[in-house]
Design a protein around this ligand. Structure first.
Ligand code: PMP
Length: 286
């Protein structure tokens, strides 16, 4: 079955789905995106991703292209046309197409692209049961990582470096040796004292929607949390390391740069949080 994409008002087979060469997303990475996970054809945390999208667009002064209701319909229709039961739906909004000039164009409608893809949940489950490898990588990104822009070259370079070292994720660190986040995930540890830690979002990181959902679950589970940065060295000495994102939920990291984390198996906190997160995301998907 050929995949179908939504492009600026129409649904098209991927092979014909194109944007203009002067789309500012292509020319300047002048655009933002969101990824929702899909369970049984339904969107997980629709509102959370929607409000981050609105924030990203507002911060960049890109007009909000359609109402929440219309966007929900487009996401659902793209999921339906691609017969996705479990997987992800991807949305990209750019500042639109205009003759190339760094400054913003006037009265240009944003470009909107939506794609959807099926994922085999069993593969993710198998990896989570075993635990994944991580490597550390310097964070060379810009100063507005709170905006979810399509300018992902540093993230792509970090992920590629991880792949070349046989790892699942690159854990980024700043010039002080403190972990910022993963190349496409938020990073967490259960430190050597048994305290759950993740970097606070006043720092230059993305405000992960999965991170926010996990924070609520942490409270409900009565787990003590320290929202405070940790170093690469602390991560290597930690009892548990894990990463969170809409597409991977909670993924235990059992080695970092080849150093075994804890006993080299997914820890109890990551395992529990994955379980309760998935249960809630499934139950609340709309
Ligand atoms: N950090 C970065 C850099 C990311 O790209 C992502 C995934 N988009 C995340 C964190 C996790 O965010 P979310 O939980 O909203 O998917």
């Amino acid at each position: 079955m050929s995949r179908i994409a939504y492009v600026n008002g129409t649904y098209q087979p991927h092979n014909n789905a194109t944007v203009h060469i002067e789309d500012r997303g292509f020319q300047f990475a002048d655009g933002v995106y969101e990824v929702w996970s899909v369970f049984d054809g339904k969107l997980a945390d629709f509102e959370g991703h929607l409000s981050r999208l609105a924030r990203s667009l507002t911060e960049l002064r890109i007009p909000i292209p359609m109402t929440a209701q219309a966007l929900g319909q487009v996401l659902k229709e793209t999921i339906r046309r691609n017969r996705v039961r479990n997987g992800i739906v991807y949305l990209q909004v750019t500042r639109g197409t205009a003759p190339r000039d760094h400054a913003f164009p006037q009265d240009t409608p944003p470009s909107v692209v939506v794609t959807a893809k099926s994922l085999d949940l069993r593969k993710g489950e198998a990896l989570a049961a075993k635990g994944a490898a991580g490597v550390t990588h310097p964070d060379i990104r810009w100063g507005r990582c709170d905006i979810k822009t399509v300018g992902l070259l540093p993230n792509a370079l970090a992920k590629q470096a991880a792949r070349e070292r046989g790892a699942y994720e690159a854990i980024l660190f700043d010039e002080m040796g403190m972990v910022t986040e993963g190349s496409s995930t938020n990073a967490w540890i259960v430190d050597e004292n048994g305290r759950l830690r993740t970097r606070d979002t006043q720092a230059n990181i993305l405000r992960g929607i999965t991170r926010a959902a996990i924070l609520k679950l942490v409270e409900a589970e009565g787990i003590e949390l320290d929202e405070r940065a940790f170093s690469v060295e602390e991560a290597k000495r930690a009892r548990e390391v894990f990463v969170t994102a809409a597409s991977s939920f909670v993924m235990p990291i059992v080695s970092l740069d080849g150093t075994r984390i804890g006993d080299g198996k997914p820890g109890p906190i990551a395992t529990r949080l994955r379980e309760v997160y998935l249960e809630q995301a499934r139950r609340e998907a709309i």
